[in-house]
Design a protein around this ligand. Sequence first.
Ligand SMILES: CC(C)(COP(=O)(O)OP(=O)(O)OC[C@H]1O[C@@H](n2cnc3c(N)ncnc32)[C@H](O)[C@@H]1OP(=O)(O)O)[C@@H](O)C(=O)NCCC(=O)NCCS
Length: 160
Amino acid sequence: MQAKSPFESKVSIVHEALPEDANAQGNIHGGTIMKLMDAAAGVVSRRHCRKNVVTARVDSLEFLSPVYIGDLIIVKAVLTYTGRTSMEIKVNVESEDMIMGKITATTSAFFTMVALDENRNPSEVPPVLINSEDESRLYEAARIRVMEQRSRRLKLLQQS
Ligand SMILES: CC(C)(COP(=O)(O)OP(=O)(O)OC[C@H]1O[C@@H](n2cnc3c(N)ncnc32)[C@H](O)[C@@H]1OP(=O)(O)O)[C@@H](O)C(=O)NCCC(=O)NCCS
């Protein structure tokens, strides 16, 4: 399979935070932000492999600062790593205060998406093509994360 650059699949999604996204104090629900992040990771991974995908894992999900009704939620997602059938997507969320124009880092996480064939079995994905030092750094960090996750899963399987 032909390797593909993360540039070909990266996305930015913008959502205006509305009252139905919030609690009574006007804070946007974490679940609303997570859903937008999952959707963005889904688009990136499907663009990369051009197959259906499922979310297998979310790592290092952190809510760094609150988002309020009326803010713009800006979700940026980029492919960092590919295995045989899995892809890791880095998702960063910023909020923008529409009156002051202030942009704040809000949330970040790594999503592992697995490509599926027509029988819903894991299916091969194109390798990621690394073009820059930044992409190379993200790839190496992801590779180490994936190895650690895999050995933890194997240990859990052996214990059960
Ligand atoms: C993800 C899923 C398809 C993997 O199926 P499986 O039978 O375990 O498949 P495999 O063991 O062959 O693993 C396939 C790939 O997924 C990766 N993987 C599986 N479980 C994983 C997990 N918990 N975390 C990270 N990666 C995982 C494997 O490392 C492998 O990657 P590779 O091919 O790049 O090396 C299956 O566990 C599943 O369907 N889970 C539910 C997904 C879901 O419903 N998500 C929510 C809605 S989208």
